[in-house]
Design a protein around this ligand. Structure first.
Ligand code: ZN
Ligand code: ZN
Length: 186
């Protein structure tokens, strides 16, 4: 499957976005205010989003919840339905561009789109291509029980299990090792 520069950027953005979701009492919302959203937009180099407002913040959080449901959704038909809804609500204007010295690629967001619509259109389409390629299972959640972060497995044999093998993968190995030792000692 061909992953162009823009698809890669969109995937990074959607993974980062989903991973700002609050979880229980321990993980607060990673997008608590408009300033945090502005940082997110800056980090991902979104162009043309204008001045951000509370309205943008709540729209982005809504889109985030819809993206979150797509990661680790086992059923392709369900994932396709969710992506269709997201992209349709955003309204898209596909257009070819070779901005900033990149090869020709397609932008999906409409000119002047809000940041939420920009995310829904371009990240939604990036995820759509995984369904098209029959590779939707690459949209994963970390298997470390106390993590569950979203990630996209771009490994050749789709074997990646953790969002970060150095932290989550390693932490799990250590826990398994300790459990084995305890059992052996017991
Ligand atoms: Zn581009
Ligand atoms: Zn993890």
């Amino acid at each position: 499957m061909l992953i162009t520069h823009d698809t890669r950027c969109a995937l990074d953005a959607v993974v980062d976005l989903v991973n700002t979701s609050p979880e229980g009492d321990e993980t607060p919302d990673g997008l608590p205010d408009v300033a945090a959203l502005a940082d997110f937009v800056r980090n991902h180099e979104f162009s043309d989003v204008g001045v951000l407002s509370e309205f943008d913040l709540s729209a982005v959080r809504k889109v985030r919840g819809r993206f979150a449901a797509i990661f680790a959704e086992p059923d392709a038909r369900t994932a396709a339905g969710l992506i269709n809804e997201l992209v349709a609500a955003a309204g898209t204007t596909p257009r070819l561009t070779d901005h900033d010295g990149y090869d020709w690629h397609v932008h999906y967001f409409a000119p002047g789109a809000s940041v939420a619509d920009h995310l829904a259109a371009d990240c939604g389409m990036a995820l759509a291509f995984f369904v098209v390629a029959g590779e939707q299972e690459r949209l994963r959640r970390c298997e470390a029980p106390d993590c569950r972060h979203a990630f996209v497995d771009l490994s050749r044999n789709r074997s990646r299990r953790y969002c970060d093998s150095r932290t989550c993968g390693n932490r799990l190995h250590v826990a398994a090792y300790r459990a084995r030792r305890k059992e052996a000692a017991g």
